[in-house]
Design a protein around this ligand. Sequence first.
Ligand code: SAM
Length: 235
Amino acid sequence: MGTPFDTAHGKLSIVATPIGNLEDITLRALRTMKECDVIYAEDTRVIAKLLARYEIKKPLQRLDAATEIKKADEIIVRLEAGEHIALVSDAGTPGISDPGSRLVARVREQVKMFNLFTKIEAIPGASALTAALSIAGLDATNFTFLGFLPHKKGRQTALKKIALSEIPVILYESPHRILKLLKELEVLEISHVTIARELTKIHEEVVDGSPEEMLAHFTAHSEAVRGEFVVIVSS
Ligand code: SAM
């Protein structure tokens, strides 16, 4: 708990939410969303479902990648007036391949510049990155997280770096591009990938093998080319 002194200019709570299973929410996240003045959400409809499940009624505002900078200015004004603002993304931890980091950077800059007493707190919780690693059975003492690879410019360079990496590389991928990515990894002669799909949901699945084997798996089970994917390249 912060003292009134360190929250005199408001509090910004960065709140992790579930990545599928609505039970994956911490008690602290629920309390924060109950106590705050307003929740800024990437998509207010997505968070509305979570709030309904826990019977939380709270004003919602939209803050997505396109509006993050503009909304940051609005949030700074509200914080200076002493409000408690919560930020959530659609799933998992804000700032991890999601909006949040530019808002936090702007608030931090403001705090430094004007010696404000604004508290910025993390309410940690689910993330597809840590969930996938926790059940991959790989040594994750060191790893590189690249999130979504660029679609065009810089993609080949990134892929070559992945092929040369001596530690596991974690990627996020959409169902539309998973087969393309596997074909690219096959060309690079990557020997082992782990694919964690639909984590925490009914169709959760973790499969691993060579990119060629993974392509054969998803070709044979076309219903599995759906949902959300974490890809771990481990050689
Ligand atoms: N902020 C989120 C986090 O902390 O993991 C990530 C948001 S990013 C926009 C969405 C991507 O995360 C998806 O395309 C997928 O790669 C991954 N992801 C999110 N939920 C997932 C799940 N339940 N199973 C597997 N991957 C998931």
